[in-house]
Design a protein around this ligand. Structure first.
Ligand SMILES: [Zn+2]
Length: 312
């Protein structure tokens, strides 16, 4: 029997199949409706030439090489997609799917609306919104240098907490480990997306993360690709990955694919890396799956039902 799996950190817009997107592009997509270019806050001098990049794509393999999902998808559109997608996968494959709504670091003006949407759609079975997150950078943690990013995001997370909406935050991915501390103590997060930069501080792992049961959503391939974790000098020595340190410190953690399309991976491949390259035993991987489910923001009933399937 295959290992039952739990995944807590996979971006919907990073998980669309490339062949379906390419088919859409070459059949019924109005290229003129796409933005000509997109401003990237982290590359202010080089807007992304979306339309010409897509127009120059002559095959699926060229499209795969682009490996980016930059369509202008609004939160409302995403929610609609999810309402179609979620019942399909639930019914056909026995998969239970919930979603987090993600604020975007560089879009502070969206933060309050994201929390309002989470409130509105929370508890709607077809929509299954269970919490909120902030992705695409960590500058918002820096109230001194980025006050315009910090204020609205901090306020939005306070609002979420006051409404009882669970919070997980991307923090310590490839930025200041102090952001993990801020995520927990300032923003009220109970889960951390990535958090690799905090893994070299055993006291922090023990005194904060273990004692407060803070859960780490670890994404192995993503961590290597983004520079969140810098592997060994010659070859990638996965046995030195932060996941191994976190596990040794008895932290609660999960294994995730993050953006499987972007990173050309899957949950199965990520579990394979943990098993075969990090040399984590099968029993420990089962333990990780149980901890993942315990840390999920699903209803208690859903959690009990899935944990009973994991405990065979
Ligand atoms: Zn992420």
């Amino acid at each position: 029997m295959p290992l039952p799996k739990v995944e807590l950190h996979v971006h919907f817009d990073g998980a669309l199949a490339n062949d379906l997107l390419y088919k859409h592009l070459t059949t019924n997509c109005d290229i003129e409706s796409l933005p000509n270019d997109v401003f990237l806050p982290w590359e202010p001098d080089e807007p992304l030439q979306v339309r010409s990049l897509l127009q120059s794509c002559k095959s699926l393999s060229e499209f795969n090489c682009l490996c980016q999902c930059k369509g202008e998808r609004s939160l409302n559109a995403m929610l609609k997609c999810f309402e179609i997608f979620s019942p399909l996968v639930r019914g056909q494959f026995g998969v239970v799917v919930n979603q987090l709504l993600c604020c975007i670091n560089w879009r502070p003006e969206w933060a309050d609306e994201v929390v309002e949407l989470a409130k509105e759609f929370r508890g709607l079975p077809s929509c299954a919104v269970v919490g909120v997150d902030i992705a695409a950078g960590e500058e918002h943690f820096d109230s001194i240098n980025f006050p315009a990013l910090h204020g609205p995001h901090y306020d939005a997370m306070q609002k979420a907490a006051s409404m009882g909406i669970p919070v997980t935050l991307h923090a310590g991915e490839n930025a200041d480990p102090e952001n993990v501390r801020k995520a927990v103590f300032l923003y009220g997060a109970t889960r951390i997306g990535h958090g690799y930069r905090a893994s070299d501080d055993p006291k922090f792992l023990k005194n904060v993360c273990v004692d407060r049961n803070i859960h780490f959503e670890v994404c192995p391939t993503s961590s290597l690709e983004t520079g969140g974790w810098v592997g060994g000098e010659e070859a990638t020595d996965w046995k030195k990955h932060p996941l191994v340190k976190m596990l040794k410190a008895k932290c609660s953690l999960s294994i995730n694919s993050d953006d499987p399309t972007v990173f050309k991976t899957s949950l199965n491949e990520e579990i394979g890396i943990v098993r075969n390259d990090m040399m984590i035993a099968e029993d420990d991987i089962r333990g990780i799956m149980r901890k993942s489910m315990e840390a999920s923001f699903a209803s208690e009933e859903t959690k009990r039902s899935i944990i009973s399937k994991l405990n065979y």
